[in-house]
Design a protein around this ligand. Sequence first.
Ligand code: AHR
Length: 665
Amino acid sequence: MGHQAASSTAATYSLLLLCVIHNCFANELKANQTALLSVDASLESAREIPATLFGIFFEEINHAGAGGLWAELVSNRGFEAGGTNTPSNINPWSIIGNESFIYVSTDKTSCFERNKVALRMEVLCDSSGSIICPPDGVGIYNPGYWGMNIEQGKTYKVILHVRSSDSVNISVSLTSSDGSQKLASTNMLANASDVSNWTKMEFLLQSEGTNRSSRFQLTTTNKCVIWFDQVSVMPLDTYMGHGFRKELASMLEDLSPRFMRFPGGTFVEGIWLRNAFRWKATIGPWEERPGHFGDVWQYWTDDGLGYFELLQLAEDLGVSPVWVINCGISRNDEVETADILPFVQEILDSIEFARGSSNSTWGSARAAMGHPEPFQLNYVAIGNEDCGLKYYRGNYLKFYYAIKAAYPDIKIISNCDGSSTKLDHPADLYDFHIYTSASNMFSTNRKFDDTSRTGPKAFVSEYAVTGSDAGRGSLLAAVAEAGFLIGLERNSDVVEMASYAPLFVNANDRRWNPDAIVFNSWQQYGTPSYWMQHFFKESSGATYHPTTIKANASNSLVASAITWQSLEDENSYLKIKIVNFGNATVNLNICVTGLQNAVNSVGSTKTILTSTNLMDENSFTEPKKVVPVQTSLSNAGTQMVVAISPHSITSFDLSLSQACSKSVI
Ligand code: AHR
């Protein structure tokens, strides 16, 4: 323990001696800021932590998906965002060239039945004649979501649909934000007869340069009338080739999550039901999806990231999907229980889509999308934060019994909190959300201590420190949340799942603060709360060992201990986590009893998350200001005297030898 041991007080050393003889609490603690942590690693006291304990919650909020995790670069690719009444707003598309050269409008002539709006571009100028087009042409461009990140050497797949009764000669290019620098370009040439009906065109563009705020443009110097619809630009290089932005998906993978709750949150409900997420409108060929305006978070999604893609993401991450369904309730309107059956059928269809055989009605729709094998869908959450609403219980029961009748193995999650009082309806799990100050979050680590040990288990599907303690993701928030999670580990006999919220924020559209992962078109970083979750990566499915802390100062320490086996090196580890929510260093005497294996100092480590200031945050300029720092633990053993920094999360990972032998002290 080196310098840490040197800073320990004489009183702490006397405790160490006591610990060696396995009598951890024989004496009263006297010195200030001193504590004793006893870990009972005996087999008799051990308990298995649920394999699903820690996961992630993906909500379409803050442009988390559209303009985020979903790698599509074009925003409003079907020209539907402006509504179904034409002419409509084509934003964020813009026109290149003035009105004497070009006239752009929308009409309802698309070949796609569910999204009839198409863009009509009438080019008035020509390469010769009375109105000569500007040399770079006229046309339209799309800046994507706050600029497209186009990188040198990377290939982008362009797909668009086109119709014209003229021959066309269109330059398809990726350029800098003002169009002056061409990064990649190709020509779309077609005779009138080739494009007289809607025709799908595909191109690969390889970029010759890097520009973080690029745009996609379609330009010409030829007089023509041409219609465009469903225009897509995707990088070829995506996570597992399934369309997810690689660096963002990798940050999820790095958390080793065990489940993924999706797609909301309030996003599932809508402010009004008419704007709620409807899964059937998000499946099938992307060109045929109508897209929708999410009125809760106030933005349009083309729904390229739909129900299928989210199931795919869960599969790619190796996690259990948790499908949150709308139970006929939005923030402002509700379907009466007497009228709810069509909504129930809609959800039964969604489960068949995920799990049904490829011969079933909806299973065949999934198979047609390239996934003949069923997805492993085992959890359905009925509604989001709807418990107190008028028709929730009535609607809930209709969904519950219909789903259980068809899929008895599916675990159903109620929105009603069963942590203090018994639920008045059947459920496998109940949802629990907590957004609060840092001190409340820390003290809530005791929340489930008194919860009944029988009945449905808790799914803490949304937790975060919010408000002034959180800033845009502070160390203080992360430390408090870690304290809370330690409490969940301790109570993992009644808490089965937990996830931080929200997961992502596009820095250009911060609808909710703070979030775990911040990104823009080309950069990303984890907030301290993201890194805090790394301390809990090994917990799901691990073995829990009871701990006891005895301290003589006010109790600002919480701790937990697990043993787990690494798949990488196949080694077993005892992981002792300590959260110090106080502002003083604590000299801690750690005493492990009952361990079956010896501790190897080689391979043992100490990891700490802390910073100089409580409110320190990460940022694009300092993405690694508050991140875990790992050092080797040369004197790892069953008795250790360590200094626990103020406002910190510390993990001691003791490498265990395979054979049962005497512990190293
Ligand atoms: O996580 C952000 C929002 O907080 C979710 O949409 C909602 O469930 C909760 O109120």
